[in-house]
Design a protein around this ligand. Structure first.
Ligand SMILES: N=CN[C@@H](CCC(=O)O)C(=O)O
Ligand SMILES: [Zn+2]
Length: 388
């Protein structure tokens, strides 16, 4: 087994409680990788010998970003919808049907090529784990196809047949399809199931429908996630708590009762609140109240939600910068949410931190400290650090 010493680390974010502050920071640090796993972290002065060494020249190193919410398998483009929105049109979810039409018409190879390009784009900015949802097929064959393709790039695949009711299809019949033949075809390729729960939307699902979909998915062995509170108030957070979902995502319009329910559940591993500030940026909506969640003791994750409708960005550094500048998160809270928070939203113990035994998924910054992620918005300072 070859050991590899990474040295010259100006600042290392470990999330190891043995080290300093909320991020477990080690200044002038080193790290040893063996067999793809972190074998040792600590001050460079105490580093053990290793077979090989890489000096990162005083740069900051942190766990690779964990992006727990993306919709990366799709075809087509909705730049015109984005431009119309910037000129005043509202976001309703109605544009999802256009992506569904383009996606159904695309070949596996077209979808695979686009997906690979988006994964490479995310990775080039420091994302080392990402979740990918279906949801632009909305028929049995296409949903199954999207999940098969997603599985080629990540184990974190999510069945989102309940994204919207396809135009012209009866709601009850569609819920029966999603919970019956579609779930049966998709479950073998999925770790998770998700539902777009927005009772105020003509396209998405109400609380009863969401509960029906998620209960069936849980019975099929899938973990649960919920899209909720993006467009308005709703039952998404309470359903997520009630059914033991790993995460409730968006969380823009939460009531005090929703926050209390999430905070009470947090004590026994309740849902993470995953915030998607790229959506508020790209739909010109109010940002979620991250402080209210954090101050109540709810674990917060950040995700890109990369999709062709509400946020066509794979950039986790952008999400960190938005969380800090627009949502009043501290830099440490945002960096934690983009790494360890995402890992918890995916119920993963092996990523999102750099304690001994973690996967050696490393992100290096062309900067001396993690603060530069928010201090230098839009500047491509984050990239993966590959240690062979
Ligand atoms: N809100 C639901 N789904 C996506 C948007 C999908 C689309 O508009 O294409 C989201 O998370 O924002
Ligand atoms: Zn989404």
């Amino acid at each position: 087994m070859t050991s590899h010493l990474v040295t010259g680390i100006g600042e290392l974010v470990t999330h190891d409680p043995r080290f300093d502050g909320p991020l477990g920071l080690v200044p002038d640090a080193a790290l040893v990788v063996e067999d793809g796993l972190v074998a040792w972290v600590g001050p460079a002065a105490a580093a053990p010998a290793a077979d090989r060494a890489t000096d990162v020249g005083g740069r900051a190193v942190l766990p690779g970003f964990v992006d727990p919410h993306t919709h990366l398998v799709f075809a087509g483009d909705r730049a015109d919808e984005f431009a119309a929105r910037m000129a005043g049109a509202p976001y309703t979810g109605g544009g999802i049907a256009r992506t569904v039409t383009a996606t159904r018409a695309a070949s596996d190879d077209e979808l695979r090529t686009r997906l690979a390009a988006l994964v490479a784009e995310a990775r080039a900015q420091g994302t080392t784990t990402l979740e990918v949802k279906s949801g632009y097929g909305l028929d049995v064959a296409t949903e199954e196809r999207l999940l098969r393709l997603a599985r080629e790039v990540t184990p974190e695949t999510t069945f989102l047949g309940a994204h919207v009711v396809p135009p012209g299809v009866d709601r009850a019949e569609y819920v029966a399809l999603v919970t019956g033949p579609m779930l049966a075809a998709c479950a073998p390729h999925a770790r998770w199931a998700d539902v777009f729960c927005e009772p105020g939307s003509a396209h998405a699902f109400d609380g009863d429908e969401a509960r029906t979909v998620l209960t069936a998915a849980a019975a099929a062995g899938l973990g649960l996630r919920v899209h909720g509170h993006q467009l308005g108030p709703g039952p998404g957070a309470r359903i997520a708590v009630e059914l033991g979902a790993a995460s409730v995502d968006h969380c823009t319009y939460l009531s005090d009762d929703d926050v209390t329910a999430l905070a009470d559940a947090a004590a026994h591993g309740g849902p993470v609140a995953t915030l998607l500030p790229g959506v508020e940026l790209s739909t010109r909506s109010p940002f979620p109240d991250a402080r209210r969640l954090l101050d109540a003791g709810v674990e917060v994750a950040l995700a890109s939600d990369c999709n062709p409708g509400t946020c066509f960005s794979t950039s986790m550094p952008l999400m960190v910068a938005l969380a800090v500048t627009q949502m009043r998160m501290t830099v440490a809270e945002a960096v934690r949410a983009a790494t360890l928070g995402g890992a918890h939203a995916l119920r993963r113990q092996d990523v999102g931190h750099l304690r001994a035994g973690a996967r050696a998924d490393l992100c290096v910054l062309d900067a001396p400290t993690h603060e530069h992620l928010a201090y230098r918005p839009g500047v491509p300072i984050a990239r993966p650090l590959t240690v062979a």
